[in-house]
Design a protein around this ligand. Structure first.
Ligand code: MN
Length: 353
C-alpha cells in the first residue's frame, strides 16, 4: 500500500498538488486497505489520513496501516480543518463527484482553492502489483471452475436464469464474495444480444448459449465469456465460432507491452473483418479490470497510447447475427514485457453438450 501512496505522491509533485481529497471508495481501498461505505482519504506530501465514522472505526484501525485514522461523521469538515491547520491553500479532488457534493465542498472549504483531477488514481490502478495479480488470478480460477461445473448442469429445458444461478452459487461456494456483474446467460436468438441478461427463456436443443460472468474475490474481479452449443451446432454457427476463437487467439499471440491501443483492438478485429463478419463485431475488444469490472484503459480504433506490463485486460471479440445467434469468447490477459499470460483457462474449443 505504501508504494501506491509514494507513486501517488510522485504524480502529485509533478502536478504541484499539495493535498488530495480522495472520495472514490475503491480508490480509498486501493490506497488505504479500508473497505466500507463511508471513508475518505486526505493525502499530502507528509501526511496520510483516513476519515471514517464510528461504525467502521474498529475495523479501520485493524486493517489500515501507516494512516492516521480519524472517526468523525463530518468527513468534509474534518478534512477542511486538517487542511487549514496545515496551511494548505489548494486541495485537489476527484472530478467524478456529484454536483451536490462539490457544492458542499465549496462551502466547507471556503477560502481554500479546489482543483479537480481526472483519473489520477485510475491511472495508477491500471498497473497491477503482484498481490493484485494473484488475487485476480484466483478470481479467474473460480470462474473457470464454475464454468466447467456448469457444463454438467446445462441441459435443454433449463432456463437461462437457472444456469446463471448455478454459476453464481458455485462461485460463492468456492470463496467468491459475489458476482462482479449480473451474469449474462443468453440462448438461441438472445445470444445475438451482446449483453442479454439471463431471462426466463428455456434453453432448447440446437441453440447456442453465451455465458458472460465473473466473480468478486477479495475485492477484485474476473470477467469471462464462453459460448457453447446445446445438442447440436450448425455449419454457420461453427464458422462464426471458429472466427471469433481465431480473433481471440490472434490477440493472445501478439499482445505485449508497447502495443498501441488501436492495435490491441485492430489485431482481432482484422481477423473478423477478413472472414467477412466485420459489421457484426459491434463493440470494442475489451477493457481494463481490477477493483472494477470496467476500468482504465479503454480501447478505441484510433488511440496511440500503449499497453503496459502489469495491465490486466479483457480480450472479448464477438460476432452477432441479429435474430439468429451470436458468439463471444472472453479471456482476461495479464500483459508482460514479452507477451501476455492468459488468466482465464476454461476450455474454449467448440463445445457441444
Ligand atoms: Mn468484459
Amino acid at each position: 500500500m505504501q508504494k501506491r501512496i509514494e507513486k501517488l505522491r510522485g504524480k502529485m509533485a509533478e502536478q504541484s498538488i499539495e493535498a488530495i481529497y480522495v472520495t472514490n471508495l475503491k480508490n480509498v481501498y486501493y490506497l488505504t486497505g479500508f473497505w466500507g461505505s463511508a471513508g475518505v482519504a486526505l493525502i499530502t506530501a507528509n501526511r496520510q489520513v483516513l476519515i471514517t465514522d464510528d461504525r467502521y472505526i474498529t475495523y479501520a484501525q485493524s486493517v489500515v496501516k501507516d494512516f492516521e485514522v480519524i472517526s468523525n461523521r463530518d468527513d468534509l469538515g474534518t478534512a477542511a480543518g486538517l487542511v487549514k491547520d496545515m496551511g494548505i491553500k489548494e486541495v485537489a479532488f476527484e472530478d467524478e463527484i456529484s454536483v451536490a457534493y462539490f457544492k458542499s465542498m465549496e462551502a466547507v472549504f471556503a477560502g481554500i482553492a479546489l482543483r479537480p483531477t481526472t483519473n489520477l488514481i485510475a491511472d495508477l490502478r491500471m498497473i497491477k502489483d503482484a498481490a493484485e495479480i494473484a488475487t485476480i488470478q484466483r478470481a479467474c480460477q473460480i470462474s473457470d471452475q464454475a464454468f466447467i461445473d456448469a457444463l454438467d448442469f446445462i441441459k435443454p429445458g433449463k432456463t437461462e436464469i437457472e444456469v446463471a444461478n448455478f454459476l453464481d452459487f458455485r462461485m460463492r461456494e468456492m470463496g467468491a464474495e459475489g458476482v462482479s456483474f449480473d451474469t449474462i446467460a443468453a440462448s438461441g436468438y438472445r445470444s445475438a444480444m451482446p449483453h442479454g441478461r439471463a431471462s426466463n427463456k428455456v434453453i432448447e436443443a440446437g441453440e447456442a448459449l453465451t455465458l458472460d460472468f465473473g466473480c468478486l474475490y477479495d475485492h477484485y474481479v474476473s470477467d469471462m465469456t464462453r459460448t457453447i452449443y446445446v445438442g447440436s451446432v450448425s455449419d454457420e454457427e461453427r464458422e462464426i465460432y471458429e472466427t471469433v476463437l481465431a480473433a481471440n487467439k490472434a490477440l493472445i499471440a501478439t499482445a505485449k507491452a508497447g502495443m498501441e491501443y488501436k492495435e490491441f483492438d485492430g489485431v482481432p478485429r482484422r481477423v473478423i473483418e477478413q472472414a467477412g463478419f466485420g459489421p457484426y463485431f459491434t463493440h470494442g475488444i475489451g477493457h481494463g479490470m481490477g477493483l472494477d469490472v470496467h476500468e482504465y484503459p479503454y480501447f478505441s480504433r484510433t488511440a496511440t497510447d500503449t499497453i503496459q506490463a502489469g495491465m490486466v485486460l479483457t480480450d472479448e471479440p464477438g460476432i452477432y447475427l441479429e435474430g439468429k445467434y451470436g458468439v463471444r469468447i472472453e479471456d482476461d490477459l495479464l500483459i508482460t514485457e514479452t507477451g501476455c499470460k492468459v488468466l482465464t483457462l476454461a476450455p474454449k474449443e467448440l463445445i457441444v453438450i
